[in-house]
Design a protein around this ligand. Structure first.
Ligand code: G3P
Ligand code: MG
Length: 246
């Protein structure tokens, strides 16, 4: 399957302009010139997929405790905006469905990161792929599905055999080629802090795309692109798009 990704992917939307992983953040990313956004998806206690990064609710909402131990009925009333700024008061934690509907309306494609919810990776992956395939219009660019969890990617692959997927690594392990073959990967995601030029050449030479997170300095992005990195995830999509284009 072919994967077309832009150079710049807006990480959790535009998280320096709006609270991360909210509809407001995705709208800001669009206004900043991004064509793709990355977001994280995780399950509530009662198995509703919502767009949220942390295990705990505390940092980016007025909730407390673990998302995985909280029912959607509670989660849907939380305020995920005030912590960032009073102008975002009342901004909710979006459901996966609401997020995909907004992105389709804005014409923004996406990288969905399936969070590594211990013991529920496969359940989460299958559910979110079923939803995404149902909602996402075929005429829009095919998204990229990612996870740090091989279990999640394998389960996602069962539901969406024809969608491009990648495994994300902090440090790329020696067995990345085995993962690529077993899971039929289209790309590798890697922490730019540990990435080397040789790894970039190996991965690109093997025929995979390579995305790198989270890159917020122009000089660093420039070097990564020179090495052959295809895409960067960034918290400053406006600056990066202005400098590098898409
Ligand atoms: O996929 C890139 C990046 O989103 C991975 O790390 O913690 O920001 O979700 P994190
Ligand atoms: Mg992420």
């Amino acid at each position: 399957m072919s994967l077309k990704i832009p150079k710049i992917i807006a990480h959790r939307g535009s998280p320096r302009e709006a609270p991360e992983n909210t509809l407001a953040s995705f709208r800001r990313a669009k206004a900043a010139g991004a064509t793709w956004v990355e977001f994280d998806v995780a399950l509530t206690r009662d198995a509703r997929p919502v767009v949220f990064h942390d295990d705990a609710l505390d940092r980016t909402s007025d909730g407390q405790g673990l998302l995985a131990e909280t029912d959607f009925e509670i989660v849907k009333h939380l305020d995920a905006g005030t912590w960032f700024g009073p102008q975002f008061a009342g901004e909710p934690i979006p459901t996966l469905e609401e997020t995909l509907e907004l992105l389709a309306e804005l014409g923004l494609s996406f990288n969905m990161e399936i969070k590594t919810d211990p013991g529920r990776e496969a359940e989460l992956a299958k559910l979110v792929l079923l939803i995404a395939r149902d909602i996402w219009p075929e005429m829009l660019p095919t998204p990229l599905i990612s996870s740090f969890s091989r279990i999640a990617v394998a389960a996602a692959r069962e539901v969406a055999p024809d969608w491009p997927m990648d495994v994300i690594y902090d440090r790329i392990p020696a067995e990345w080629k085995d993962d690529a073959k077993t899971l039929d990967l289209a790309a590798i995601g890697a922490n730019h802090k540990h990435l080397t030029r040789e790894q970039v050449m190996d991965i690109r030479g093997f025929g995979l795309k390579l995305s790198s997170y989270t890159v917020n300095e122009i000089e660093r992005a420039d070097l990564l692109f020179q090495w052959g990195v295809d895409a960067i995830f960034t918290d400053v999509p406006g600056d990066m798009v202005r400098h590098f284009g898409n």
